[in-house]
Structure formats: structure tokens, C-alpha cells
Design a binder for this molecule. Structure first.
Ligand code: SAH
Length: 184
């Protein structure tokens, strides 16, 4: 989602460590690799080998700034050091896959979000593109919103951005920001 890139640019600096939790066809991985510059690192996750292959090809020279990981985003803490500046979640399934699609699931998505908050720096940001038009989409949407609503209001700010004049279930964007200096 174009808007999420603008928001992410404001928090990501050169040399940062960031995460793409749902690599897919690699669009966000490429964007993040550009944002962190030659001294930064992007950890990108997908459970489909074809996502890693497609993303590696599309990255070209940017590949050296990335770690492409064939594993669930629930295991983020096994791979990613503490102190990341940003993480991107693009939920649902790859548009070109249809019936064979591997779809993100409510439980694992929420587990991954919890784990990501634990490694997120103060001042850091998670963006989540939420799709609710596919089977299972409403359940995942509710799980993610339920998780977000329970976050401590002084430690996290959660904002929802959505298009209001489009048909056919456009995705909406949830942005979780970790407060820089929590005031208990
Ligand atoms: N809905 C978006 C694309 C989402 S792609 C759009 O229309 O543009 C979501 C990606 O998440 C897929 O490539 C899928 O393989 C991956 N995925 C699903 N479950 C995952 C998990 N547990 N860990 C990491 N990636 C996962």
C-alpha cells in the first residue's frame, strides 16, 4: 500500500534493521532494502520457497542487504536481533495463486505480531495491510484488531487508515507505533 511506504520512510534510517514478515513477490522487501541503504539489513520471511526465489531475482544487487528466510514469521525472534525499526505485514494470499494459495492465519499472525513488538525499538513502527474479502479474512481481521485494541495505550499508538469510497473489500492499513518514551 503506497501510504504505508510514506509512513515507513519517516521512521527508517540508513543502517537500520527491518523486517518484511510476508515476503510474497518481494515488493516490500525491495522497498525496505532501498530504505535501509548499503549498511542496513532486511530480514524477510515466507513459508513458500517460490517467494524466496522470486524475491531474490527481483532484488538484484540489493540482495546483499537482505536475509531471505524460509520459515514462519512466528519465529522472528529466532532470526532477528532486538532493536528493529520497522516491520511490514501484508496479510492474505498472493493475488496470482487463487485456490492453491497459502493464506496467513489469525493465530500465527497474532503470534508473529506479539513477537515483533518484543524486538521493535522505541519509536519503531509495524504496518499491517489487512484483507478481509477472502474466506477466513474476517476472522483474521477480527483477531488482528482484537490484538491491537488491547495494546497498552501509553506504550503503543495504533491507527487505522482505510479507503471509504471503494467497493470489493479494499484492504485497510493498521499502523502500530511503539512510544519513544513510555510515561508508565
Ligand atoms: N494480500 C497481498 C499479498 C499477501 S502475500 C496482496 O494482495 O498484495 C502473503 C504472503 O504471506 C504469501 O506469500 C504467503 O506465502 C506468506 N505467508 C503465509 N503465512 C506465513 C507465515 N506463517 N509466515 C511467513 N509468511 C507467510
Amino acid at each position: 500500500m503506497p501510504h504505508s511506504k510514506q509512513l515507513l520512510k519517516e521512521v527508517i534510517s540508513e543502517g537500520d534493521i527491518v523486517v518484511d514478515a510476508t515476503m510474497g513477490n518481494g515488493n516490500d522487501t525491495i522497498f525496505l532494502a532501498q530504505a535501509v541503504g548499503p549498511t542496513g539489513k532486511v530480514y524477510a520471511f515466507d513459508i513458500q520457497q517460490q517467494a524466496l526465489e522470486a524475491t531474490q531475482v527481483r532484488l538484484g544487487d540489493l540482495y546483499s542487504r537482505t536475509e531471505l528466510i524460509l520459515d514462519s514469521h512466528t519465529r522472528i525472534k529466532d532470526y532477528v536481533p532486538e532493536g528493529i525499526t520497522a516491520a511490514v505485514f501484508n496479510l492474505g494470499f498472493l493475488p496470482n495463486q487463487h485456490e492453491t494459495a497459502v493464506i496467513t492465519q489469525p493465530d500465527t499472525t497474532v503470534q508473529a505480531l506479539e513477537a515483533t513488538l518484543q524486538v521493535l525499538k522505541p519509536g519503531g513502527m509495524i504496518t499491517i495491510a489487512v484483507y478481509d474479502g477472502h474466506p477466513g479474512g474476517v476472522e483474521e481481521r477480527e483477531a488482528v484488531l482484537g490484538f491491537a485494541r488491547k495494546l497498552h495505550a501509553k506504550r503503543y499508538q495504533v491507527v487505522r487508515y482505510e479507503v471509504v469510497n471503494q467497493q470489493n473489500h479494499p484492504p485497510f492499513l493498521l499502523v502500530i507505533e511503539k512510544t519513544s518514551r513510555p510515561t508508565t
